[in-house]
Design a protein around this ligand. Structure first.
Ligand code: GLC
Length: 403
């Protein structure tokens, strides 16, 4: 995921989120690979509407964690001990006055990080590499963002971590049909050299990545240089490489039009995402205030649809949604961001589905999250989907006293 720090509305992340949740959650693996330590990554997640990835790679490919609970891959960390001696790295680096140590949170067991100005970078990297080699260490120095210098074990890095994961998937007989890597800075360069992957350098790629591309990537049809920034560049690449399912529901003019992907799980996912987006557009006043549009929302529920809200109160959702009529345009011109995270869908018997997801909502002053379990049914003849039960609880720390 490429995070745009200049986009306060998070437009492109939200477009990506809707695309992923509607089309990919059920059969694809989302991996975030960041230079940040777990500490800074957690801070970023509070600031930005990021999906929960299946796998998180942090600290420039030195830490791999799985699932919502971020279980560390200890096997990977063990492999990185080979040829690595952190103390020697710290000691040798301290001999270079051009290097300024980064904050403590960014110093990790297999990553020692500094700042170094561009005009000193090449010399320092050369001299420090030689010094460490003389100690018999096997290390890798990576320069990113025109300022950050990371020293890692030779076998570490974002590309090596990805290659390790792909080897693991293969050993389990679960190799992905295709892999897309995305990057904007120096520490991403090696992602593009992993065999059999497609890659996108987003429009805001940094000088050192463009330099790598000029030297190593020119003419490689598997690498695409997007003109769009950040997550929008990723969507552009999915279209460029003609990946199936590459239109974000946020880019669709008509929502809940029943034009869904053929896979049944994906149909349910698309219905859920489009329902919430249409609701958002209604509250933002971005669709026509018509009975026809309102009916699309209302008809998405069976008449007896039960809704248990986080306070424990039980309502009839089909009746409760009437309140939404007066909410047309209530958030017009305001910060109002909605996204669905951790969407999981399972098929029950007789055309029924159970879906669990986190429904996030962010306004200028507050973020709330409803952890939701819902039952949906698809009508036998038409295949039309409808909500039958919805049960919500607040995610701890993200409740709202008003509901
Ligand atoms: C992130 C990390 C930093 C690292 C940089 C480049 O900003 O916090 O420690 O040097 O990425 O990899």
């Amino acid at each position: 995921m490429q995070v745009d720090h200049h986009d306060n509305n998070n437009t492109s992340i939200l477009r990506f989120n809707a695309l992923w949740a509607a089309n990919f959650y059920h059969d694809s693996i989302l991996v975030f690979s960041t230079g940040r330590s777990p500490t800074l990554y957690k801070e970023l997640r509070k600031e930005k509407p990021l999906l929960t990835p299946n796998i998180t790679i942090m600290s420039v490919g030195t830490e791999i964690m799985y699932g919502d609970n971020m279980i560390p891959d200890q096997g990977w960390e063990h492999e990185l001990n080979e040829g690595w001696d952190r103390n020697v790295v710290v000691e040798e680096a301290s001999k270079f006055p051009e290097l300024r140590r980064q904050v403590e949170s960014e110093q990790r067991p297999h990553k020692v990080s500094f700042y170094v100005e561009k005009n000193h970078a090449d010399n320092v990297i050369g001299a420090l590499s030689s010094a460490l080699k003389e100690h018999g260490l096997k290390v890798k120095l990576i320069y990113s963002g025109g300022i950050d210098l990371d020293i890692l074990p030779e076998g570490a890095g974002k590309g090596q971590a990805l290659a390790y994961l792909l080897r693991k998937f293969k050993a389990d007989g679960r190799s992905p049909a295709s892999t897309l890597v995305c990057g904007d800075s120096g520490n991403d360069a090696e992602l593009f050299s992993v065999p059999d992957v497609h890659g996108v350098m987003v429009g805001n790629a940094q000088e050192e990545l463009l330099r790598w591309y000029a030297e190593n990537g020119q003419g490689n049809p598997h690498i695409f240089r997007a003109t769009e920034r950040c997550a929008a560049g990723i969507i552009q690449a999915m279209q460029h490489f003609d990946f199936q399912r590459n239109i974000s529901p946020r880019d669709k003019v008509q929502l809940l039009d029943g034009k869904y992907h053929s896979d049944e799980h994906a149909q349910v996912a698309q219905f859920i995402i489009e329902f919430h987006l249409l609701w958002e557009r209604w509250e933002l006043g971005k669709v026509e205030e018509s009975e026809a549009i309102f009916k699309l929302l209302k008809d998405s529920m069976v008449c007896a649809c039960s809704l248990i809200v986080p306070t424990g109160e039980e309502l009839n959702a089909y009746e409760a949604i009437e309140d939404l009529r007066t909410n047309y345009g209530a958030y017009k011109g305001q910060i109002y961001q909605n996204w669905i995270d951790r969407l999981r869908i399972q098929s029950l018997a007789n055309g029924n589905w159970v879906a669990t997801f986190d429904r996030w909502r962010r306004t200028a002053t507050k973020a709330t999250c409803r952890v939701t379990t819902a039952i949906l049914q698809s009508e036998a003849n038409s295949g039309k989907l409808q909500w039958t039960h919805i049960h919500e609880t607040w995610l701890k720390g993200y409740g709202d006293t008003k509901s």
